[in-house]
Design a binder for this molecule. Structure first.
Ligand code: GLU
Length: 416
């Protein structure tokens, strides 16, 4: 793999260009979509518990707002870069539009290892970051949400800080909040639930019964762990899971909930009683029907893809497959449910949360889940139809569905 492929922005740009070519998209629109509209960089000074001050780098990036305000998560991770935040914002534009939400894409990030901060330091850093980006965010401008290593509690602080700046409660500033301050029922499991719905639809198309289907899940955070439990309820057998410390395997299937409990006590899935320890590579190579990368970018390159045995790859993470890996999977006939579709359940329920905040009228869990089901089933059908009609990969098809919407808005607004 070339170094270029490790740059997620170049990967995102390649993906758009690929789909744009198939659509014969107006090149002026492609140029517009290659870079974000705005990317704000901030330096966040935080008073640490030991009396010192540490300054963290952060960004908030808005990719394209032709359809509506920017929407997307906020990531706390020691490897966050500006290029990564730009790529993630770009992916959000297409994610929102493949499922028909009235949003453009946004993303934020702070280069920090939140696991090394005390709760007080984490809160002070979050509040300082919100003060610095307050001029460019708002319920009609840009609405943050959770992402890697950011939690409902962090969203609660964001809601509070922004409300204080504005002198009134502004619950619609952020989604993924705790229920008591305007969060939506079902948001916590929404990314996982959305992904299981499209896995079910894909399995139907390929004639793979979910009952007894073997699944490997890379990443056991919010998305991966809930996915494993939901897929278990649907009859699947979770044979392998992993987290940043390593992977575990059991040919008879792992008890997904027991693994969640084990991780909660020990900090990792590794060491789960009775399971064999495996490497990340072994997890991706596993002999399974369904592989779910639910961790980070650039996990499946051409070499890894050549070893993949799954018939369905459902990308619950953002950007887990490189363009070269994608080509190999496509040639092998693996059905890839691309990230912008497979992981869209989270932002879909974030949209529901924002709508409930703006209306000040709250829905039941059943209403949330039914609406999510409806959107995911219809979006999968639209992407699958494009994939079949145009003879393109599922990724190209998903981008084509999304780009068509954005291009129409750009034209109608007179941007070109
Ligand atoms: N961070 C999530 C994503 O990448 C959720 C974004 C949101 O809810 O706005 O899709």
């Amino acid at each position: 793999m070339t170094t270029e492929n490790y740059n997620p922005l170049l990967v995102a740009q390649k993906q758009i260009a690929h789909a744009a070519e198939k659509l014969q998209l107006d090149l002026r629109i492609l140029e517009m979509l290659k870079e974000p509209e705005r990317c704000l960089e901030v330096s966040i000074p935080v008073k640490m518990d030991d009396g010192m001050v540490q300054v963290f780098k952060g960004w908030r990036c808005q990719h394209n707002t032709a359809i509506g305000p920017a929407k997307g998560g906020l990531r706390y991770h020691p490897d966050v870069t500006q290029e990564e935040v730009k790529a993630l914002a770009m992916w959000m534009t297409f994610k929102c539009n493949v499922v028909g939400l009235p949003y453009g894409g946004g993303k934020g990030g702070i280069r920090v290892d939140p696991r090394k901060l005390s709760v007080g330091e984490l809160e002070r850093m979050t509040r300082a970051y919100i003060n610095l980006i307050a001029p460019v965010i708002g319920p009609t401008k840009d609405i943050p949400a959770p992402d890697v290593y950011t939690t409902p509690q962090i969203m609660g602080w964001i809601m509070d800080e922004f409300s204080k700046i504005n002198g009134c409660n502004v619950p619609g500033i952020v989604t993924g909040k705790p229920i008591i301050v305007g969060g939506s029922l079902g948001r916590d499991k929404a990314t996982a639930r959305g992904c299981t719905i499209v896995i079910r639809e894909a399995a139907k198309k390929l004639g793979i019964p979910l009952q007894g289907a073997a699944v490997a899940v890379q990443g056991y955070g919010n998305a991966g762990s809930f996915l494993a439990t939901l897929l278990t309820e649907m009859g699947c057998k979770i044979v392998a899971v992993s987290d940043s410390k390593g992977g575990i395997y059991h040919s008879d299937g792992l008890n997904a909930q027991a693994v969640i409990d084990h991780k909660a006590h020990t900090g990792s899935v590794v060491g789960f009683p009775g399971a064999k320890v495996i490497t990340n590579q072994e997890l991706l190579d596993c002999d399974v029907d369904i592989l779910v990368p639910a961790a980070f970018e650039n996990q499946i390159d051409a070499d890894v893809a050549a070893q993949v045995k799954a018939k369905i790859v459902a990308e619950a993470a953002n950007g887990p497959t490189t363009p070269e890996g994608d080509a190999v999977l496509y040639d092998k006939g693996v059905l890839v449910i691309p990230d912008i579709l497979a992981s869209a359940g989270g932002v879909t329920v974030s949209y529901f949360e924002w709508v409930q905040n703006l209306a000040n009228f709250y829905w039941s869990l059943e209403e949330v889940n039914n609406r999510l089901e409806h959107i995911m089933v219809n979006s999968f059908a639209a992407v699958y139809a494009m994939h079949q009609d145009k003879g393109v990969s599922m990724r190209d098809a998903a981008y084509m569905v999304a780009i068509n919407r954005i291009a129409e808005a750009i034209k109608i607004r007179g941007w070109i």
